[in-house]
Ligand binder design. Structure first.
Ligand code: HEM
Length: 401
């Protein structure tokens, strides 16, 4: 178990250990912590993370949105090129103008129209599962979000497996952790593929999401090719590994917390509560980041103009001042469970939150309709990532009804 002094917030191995022990110490002794080795601040309290996220005029996303941007600032990276920036790297008022290109498709009111497509994907995936033990990650957690999202984007059915194959590189791009081979796949395969799909829709638009992006205008001007490809890639990157993590965490929690799992497999009406409590307790996205645009005092601490802050969502989601003394307990009975910050907060609140909730809820409902329980039957392999909390391998068995 590492101590605050030993914690390496910019290194994936820290997150493979027991980061919650460090988060607890930080919340109690040094809630807004200067991480000297990385040269940035670390925010661990629920209220502070909401304050920072809720004030984009004080804390910008333009150059710093994720952990790797904090590292890059330290290494003296130049400014991120405005042309290739997606919505995550924009501040008001530009941000809202770009976000509204697609946001109506992801509103709560748009979900009932998407539900049949999502349910169709889930049913196909569950119908294809083998009897006995199988790999939950490769066969369910990875495929459901990528298939569902490919369908909503309008990617032809024959190409869905290709998108799953590309998803590691796409996720690495979203996390700012591209290896040379990932970079090659993005520039030589994914980018040109998305561009050709977008280009085809410019001449013959349909009602899919790619068409919406292809013909979108911001400030009366169409998105240029780079902006359109970046938009499609941002959606894929932001929506695949994150939802994979939620679905992975849900299976693990249902196997681990048997008493609560039994009640869910007896009552599918609890599915939405499982999704919210998994989002809180498991927390798929481990952090986002911001950069102060002026000297700002948070608590008793002044963050200087230009300094970066890491927002540790898993810590906020277990903060006893928000959740009470049993914050570490997975508890489906919480009345305030959905107030977690697993989707962030404020200006950049996750665009796909309602879709991710829909996918996870429908998956659970269909599982409960077919099976009496889920059990992890082999050693899970946690993913080595500083950004996404998930498994690479999670062998499970579903109990027949
Ligand atoms: C369980 C699944 C998901 C989790 C945990 C998650 C989490 C997050 C978080 C933490 C942020 C940053 C919020 C902030 O900076 O304040 C975010 C932003 C975003 N998410 Fe998600 N996300 C999920 C699924 C999705 C899906 C399915 C989509 C697909 C549309 C998506 C698209 C986005 C986009 C486009 C942004 C950037 C929004 C902006 O900057 O305005 N996410 N998400």
């Amino acid at each position: 178990m590492s101590t605050i002094a030993e914690a390496r917030f910019d290194d994936a191995s820290f997150y493979l250990g027991d980061p919650h022990a460090v988060y607890r110490d930080l919340r109690e002794t040094d809630p807004l912590h200067w991480y000297d080795a990385g040269g940035f601040w670390v925010a661990t309290k629920y209220d502070d993370i909401r304050f920072i996220s809720g004030h984009p005029e004080l804390f910008s996303s333009q150059q710093v949105a994720i952990l790797s941007d904090l590292r890059a600032i330290r290494a003296g990276r130049g400014e991120v090129d405005a042309a290739g920036r997606g919505v995550m790297f924009m501040d008001p008022p530009e941000h809202a103008q770009h976000r509204k290109v697609v946001s109506h498709r992801f509103s709560p009111g748009a979900m009932p129209a998407l539900e049949p497509a999502v349910r169709g994907v889930v049913v196909d995936v569950l119908d294809g599962l083998p009897a006995g033990a199988f790999e939950w990650i490769a066969q369910v957690a990875e495929t459901v979000p990528v298939f569902a999202f490919s369908r909503i984007l309008g990617v032809p059915r024959d190409d869905w497996h290709q998108i799953v194959e590309w998803s590691t590189a796409i996720a690495a791009a979203g996390a700012g952790e591209l290896s040379d081979s990932d970079l090659r796949r993005i520039t030589e395969e994914v980018g040109p593929y998305l561009w050709s799909q977008l280009d085809a829709r410019r001449s013959e638009p349909t009602d899919d999401l790619l068409s919406l992006i292809a013909i979108a205008e911001v400030d009366g001007r169409p998105l240029d090719d780079l902006q359109a490809v970046t938009y499609a890639m941002t959606l894929l990157a932001a929506g695949s590994e994150t939802t994979q993590s939620l679905i992975a965490g849900m299976a693990w929690c249902l196997s681990e917390f048997r008493d609560q799992s039994d009640s869910v497999f007896g009552d599918a009406g609890l599915a939405a509560a499982v999704v919210e409590e998994t989002l809180r307790w498991w927390t798929p996205v481990m952090s986002m980041a911001r950069q102060a645009v002026a000297d700002v005092t948070v608590r008793d601490t002044t963050i200087r103009k230009g300094e970066g802050v890491l927002l540790l969502y898993p810590s906020a989601n277990r903060d006893a001042d928000q959740w009470g003394g049993d914050a570490d307990r997975f508890d489906l009975g919480r009345s305030d469970g959905s107030r977690h910050v697993a989707f962030g907060f404020g200006e950049h609140f996750c665009l796909g939150a309602h879709l991710a909730r829909l996918e996870a809820r429908v998956l659970l409902e269909e599982l409960v309709a077919r099976f009496a329980g889920i059990e992890v039957v082999g050693a899970p392999v946690l993913r080595r990532s500083p950004l996404i909390h998930t498994f690479d391998e999670l062998p499970v068995r579903l109990t027949p009804r």
